[in-house]
Design a protein around this ligand. Structure first.
Ligand code: NAI
Length: 410
């Protein structure tokens, strides 16, 4: 008998399968993205009464109706970065764990930025454009090696720090600015204010999230503080750079060139028209938000998300979960574990303990964490999962008004 089932839609990378197989989670696959009723039917058609997981990519919309119609659904893996396609609020109030893969494409973004640093420094884009048009721009004017130049990284998180290591291997000197005190890797050095970083860098690259503080963080005033002729790279979020101000700074020669991957307004679908004030400028590389789009990143996503779902199914671990409070469930050693998600209101634990006392089972460990209106309870019990008392206990706790999702593992 499988521990659980997972329905993987939208041809999720096969790198997801081994983790599920090792955990005895039966994999069902569908190549297409499933629409609302189709998705509900597909989930309801899964045999048995074990818990069900759903794996999606960007096309499958998971609306409130899905959570209501499929009480066996305990977890969703978004095998991608974005989670707009899932009604996260309804997942939360339904007690369904949702995981994504925020860091699987770190390396892909860092590699793109390395390539762009060299391409900008050698004016490859303009020379290639000219060559396509039949012109022969063979001279060394304005072309430089990157060795010995200074790279300024804004945001020294997963991508910024990975980039730092790769850049030093090319002989760049690396400075970074972050709002959090981050340990420098290699020979990189932290600067304590943005203005210093802008003034001393030959290349400035942004790797910050979209927050109130980062929105519009590079505008006309900041561009004026760059070293004259320095380069700007943005593969973070479109809201961070004022592109009109950048276009003006490029025209005026204050900025020597730029590589931009993300925009304040991006086309929704492949056929939609893309517009930007930077179009037509030969000193600017424009890419369609592909920083993280590689085959390797897709394979990493398959592993990262399946392992998060397996952790949730085998121990109740919710680290990285977008909808439930974080708890690092330890390995289960003997007996079984009850996983109960409930509304975080007073008196729930005493009602749970009442059910346990009625059934007459010994508790060997108990962990509770609350947050976002939910409580997550892991309760280790001194009996095998197949024990009839375990079923009575699960059913008794699942029936409580405050319980949202309840299962036994072991
Ligand atoms: P992360 O969360 O690991 O690192 C972000 C860093 O920025 C953190 O160290 C944080 O302390 C710092 N930070 C936050 N506010 C700041 C501020 N006001 N000034 C300076 N530093 C600040 O994120 P990660 O994974 O490195 O991603 C960075 C960005 O790249 C994100 O916006 C993400 O959405 C984007 N991204 C873009 C991709 C693409 O396809 N172009 C693919 C993957 C990520």
């Amino acid at each position: 008998m499988p521990r659980a089932h997972v329905l993987l839609s939208e041809s999720i990378h096969e790198s997801a399968d081994p983790a599920f197989e090792r955990a005895n989670i039966h994999v069902h696959r569908s190549t297409a993205g499933l629409a609302d009723q189709e998705l509900i039917r597909a989930l309801q058609a899964i045999p048995g009464d074990e818990p069900v997981l759903l794996g999606i990519r960007s096309k499958t919309q998971v609306r409130a109706s899905v959570f209501d119609a499929v009480p066996r659904l305990v977890g969703i893996g978004a095998f991608c970065i974005g989670t707009d396609q899932v009604d996260l609020e309804h997942a939360r109030v339904s007690g369904v764990a949702v995981f994504n893969a925020p860091f699987s494409n770190t390396r892909s973004v860092a590699e793109l930025v390395i390539a762009e640093i060299v391409i900008l420094s050698r004016q490859i884009f303009a020379r290639s454009w000219a060559a396509h048009e039949g012109a022969w721009l063979k001279d060394a004017k304005g072309a430089h090696e990157v060795r010995g130049k200074r790279l300024g990284i804004i945001g020294y998180g997963h991508i910024g720090s990975q980039l730092s290591v790769l850049a030093e291997a090319l002989g760049l000197r690396v400075s970074y600015y972050d709002v959090i005190n981050k340990l420098p890797l290699g020979n990189a050095s932290a600067v304590d204010n943005l203005d210093t970083l802008l003034a001393e860098s030959d290349f400035v690259t942004l790797h910050v999230p979209d927050t109130e503080q980062t929105r519009g963080m590079i505008g006309a005033a900041e561009l004026a503080k760059f070293k004259r002729g320095a380069y700007l790279i943005n593969a973070s979020r479109g809201s961070v750079v004022d592109l009109d101000a950048l276009a003006a700074a490029l025209d005026e020669g204050q900025i020597g060139g730029a590589a931009i991957d993300v925009y304040p307004k991006e086309p929704k679908a492949a056929g939609d028209r893309f517009e930007s004030p930077l179009q037509g400028k030969r000193s600017v590389i424009l890419t369609p938000h592909i920083g993280g789009s590689t085959q390797e990143a897709q394979a990493n996503i398959g592993v990262e998300v399946s392992e998060a779902l397996v952790g949730y199914m085998t121990t109740g671990r919710t680290i990285g979960c977008l909808t439930l409070p974080a708890l690092d469930g330890a390995e289960l050693r003997g007996g079984c574990r009850l996983v109960n998600i409930h509304k975080d209101v007073p008196g729930v634990l005493s009602r749970v303990n009442h059910v346990v006392a009625d059934v007459g089972v010994n508790i060997t460990g108990q962990h509770l964490v609350t947050g976002g209106g939910n409580g997550l309870l892991l309760m280790d019990l001194d009996m095998p999962r197949e024990d009839p008392r375990a079923t009575a206990l699960r059913e008794g706790i699942a029936k409580l008004d405050q319980s949202l999702r309840t299962r036994l593992l072991g």
